[in-house]
Write a protein that binds this ligand. Structure first.
Ligand code: ADP
Length: 407
């Protein structure tokens, strides 16, 4: 009868204070378990023999056991993909919060892989069981009390890394939640403030027109109705901006890509802009013939109209210039004004949702959504929008669009 092959005895240096200090030093800077284990495994293998190692962590939401790290070396390499072997002992260790040692049931098995010696140690931090670390040796030798104590020391150190990682993750989640709350709050306050203004005009002039104790001549009536009409348009624009921005934020705005001729599109945009701003002084410079590009014509027109409206709002009475030039792989559209310019410190924020330069409120009404929408639309075309500006001289918004939008 064949007997089990004995494993050659290997002499390991004793675990001393210097070694424990080294482990502590390796782990103290670690912010995640994977990096910690990758750094630790080669170091501890010189002192502590194991073929497979696996770390299970308890998912705080589902309470399921997840494999956070698994590594198979030497004799257990063939079992690398199969971490199921540690799952039962992992659950037992976590449930009992105790070290568990398992010896092979059948020591007469010839094949080493059928004679696993398993050691499971709980990862506990602040009375919370975070998971378990499982070591496996195929064939022998059994774990000595010193080695078990060492494994417990490692587990305590790793529990600190996991607790640190969990804390950082929770911090990030809270920060994100906070930002989301802030955005929602800004959204509601902007919405109520901005909608209230045109609504106030509409209500005021309608009530005035309906008064039975006063009569208005035709000219006054027309004036009041023009204001109502204008303010209703404003409200409509604002609501579509809010809806667009919500759609863009959640990735629900789909671009309807078509072949677009920019010379035709820009003429259309200017015509419409002049309808809204009859005093608009605008020059267009197109390097004709300009190559057609792939774009969503409605969204691109919306972007250009927005930039022109901003020029009218923030650089009133100054001329606006639109320049379209061909690039090797696309086109560039510049919308320039000779207005007050945008100070350097605000330029990185200018495309943020709801951002307005603090004293803009005194210059023109707005929601801070326009440039956010422009930027998102251009990005959805795989393009880019940039701002160059000199305070006191003016601003140029430059749009770069590729010839074709690759997915
Ligand atoms: P809104 O016009 O509704 O405030 P935008 O997102 O279109 O929102 O613009 C954000 C801010 O950028 C504006 O509040 C304004 O302060 C500034 N801005 C935009 N365009 C110009 C411009 N052409 N010149 C100077 N400032 C501008």
């Amino acid at each position: 009868m064949k007997t089990a092959t004995p494993v050659p005895t290997r002499i390991f240096p004793p675990v001393n204070v210097t070694f424990l200090y080294l482990i502590n030093k390796i782990l103290s800077g670690m912010e995640n378990l994977r990096d910690a284990m990758n750094a630790l495994v080669p170091v501890i293998r010189d002192y502590f023999i194991f073929d497979n190692i696996v770390v299970f962590l308890v998912d705080p939401m589902t309470l399921n056991l997840d494999v956070a790290y698994a590594r198979a070396t030497g004799r257990g390499k063939s079992a690398e993909a199969d971490v199921a072997w540690g799952e039962i002992i992992g659950s037992q260790v976590i449930d009992s919060r105790q070290v568990i040692l398992q010896e092979p049931q059948d020591t007469t098995q010839i094949e080493r892989l059928h004679r696993p010696f398993t050691l499971g140690v709980p990862l506990i931090s602040h009375a919370e069981t975070l998971g378990a670390i499982i070591f496996i040796r195929f064939g022998s030798p059994q774990y000595t009390p010193d080695q078990i104590a060492f494994a417990e020391y490692l587990a305590d150190q790793l529990a600190l890394v996991v607790a640190r990682e969990n804390l950082m993750r929770e911090n990030k989640r809270l920060e994100f939640q906070n930002r989301t709350f802030q955005v929602q709050e800004d959204f509601i306050s902007t919405l109520s403030h901005e909608l209230r203004t045109p609504l106030g005009f509409i209500k005021g002039y309608t009530t005035t027109l309906l008064r039975t104790d006063a009569t208005w001549d035709e000219q006054a009536k027309e004036e009041f109705l023009t204001i109502i009409d204008h303010e209703t348009d404003r409200m409509q624009d604002m609501i579509s901006n809010l809806l667009d921005s919500a759609k863009l934020q959640s990735g629900q705005m789909i671009m309807d890509l078509q072949v677009v001729r920019l010379d035709v599109l820009i003429k259309d945009v200017i015509l419409r802009s002049k309808l809204h701003h009859p005093a608009l002084d605008i020059q267009v410079e197109i390097a004709e013939p300009i190559k057609p590009i792939q774009a969503d014509p409605r969204r691109l027109a919306q972007t250009l109209e927005n930039l022109i409206t901003n020029a009218v709002k923030y650089a009133p009475e100054a001329p606006v210039k639109v320049k379209i030039a061909e690039l090797a792989d696309g086109v560039q559209i510049d919308v320039s004004d000779a207005g007050p310019g945008i100070p350097e410190k605000y330029r990185s924020k200018i495309f943020d949702r709801f951002f307005r330069i603090p004293d803009s409120q005194n210059t023109a009404r707005g929601t801070g959504l326009g440039l956010f929408i422009c930027n998102q639309i251009i990005q959805a075309h795989n393009g880019k929008i940039d701002l160059t500006s000199r305070v006191g001289e003016g601003s140029t918004f430059s749009i770069y669009l590729p010839e074709r939008v690759e997915n």
